[in-house]
Design a protein around this ligand. Structure first.
Ligand code: PLP
Length: 214
């Protein structure tokens, strides 16, 4: 299926759920093809790659940083990033706040929770989450809009479902008091399960752009 056809298929299927088209490692021409099919939200996992693509592509694209954050690179995206999904430690909040203030703007972000039973996936545990939530007023230029998580990479739907359900339960606990809007969960292989658990943003890469060659 072409990139344009995939975009149309997912946008129709997802309805009000935001499609973040994950374009990491893919050329600007692929992003342009998706853009021409109506897609405006794109996800990248390396700050400098995203900044280079930002320079090349239409300025009404909403850029999502979905990868793990190196704090010394935040300055390269601070002027334009739309949503930072992978905030998993205080140091990132401190630097986001500092760089956002320099640009006289707010930067929106999500706190990434560790929900998978794999050591390799980044994220906060519940205790760290609660610690961060009580001190959000230290970061006046950062707006925490919700949570993000990555499920275990397994074909066992029960495992993935349980992880998404857990993330949703945390989201529900804080949604009202904190006016959260965004629950980012689901990728090419598990987005249907994520939708069943109330995802508001799915991050889909290979199912749209094809397999990645690293
Ligand atoms: C690469 C990536 C995705 C997209 O993965 P696909 O399986 O290609 O859809 C989603 N989320 C994060 C955090 C990623 O790094």
């Amino acid at each position: 299926m072409s990139i344009a056809a995939s975009i149309k298929k997912y946008r129709t299927q997802l309805g009000d759920v935001q499609l973040v088209a994950v374009s990491k490692t893919k050329p600007a021409s692929d992003i342009q093809a998706a853009y021409d099919a109506g897609q405006r939200h794109f996800g990248e996992n390396k700050i400098q790659e995203m900044a280079a693509k930002y320079e090349l592509l239409p300025k009404d694209i909403c850029w999502h940083m979905i990868g793990n954050i190196q704090t010394n690179k935040i300055k390269y995206m601070a002027s334009f990033v739309h949503l930072v999904h992978g905030v998993d430690r205080k140091k990132v909040l401190v630097e986001l706040n500092k760089q956002a203030a320099k640009h006289d703007r707010m930067i929106s972000c999500l706190l990434q929770m560790h929900i998978a039973n794999e050591d390799t996936k980044f994220g906060l545990n519940e205790e760290e989450l609660r610690e961060i939530l009580v001190e959000l007023d230290q970061y006046p230029n950062v707006c925490v809009e919700g949570l993000m998580g990555m499920a275990t990479n397994t074909s066992d739907a029960k495992v993935v479902s349980a992880e998404f359900a857990y993330l949703k339960s945390l989201f529900d606990e804080f949604q009202n008091p904190l006016q959260w809007t965004t629950l980012s969960m689901g990728m090419s292989g598990d987005y249907k399960l994520a939708l069943g658990h109330g995802s508001t943003h799915v991050r889909i890469g290979s199912a749209i752009f094809g397999a990645r060659n690293y």
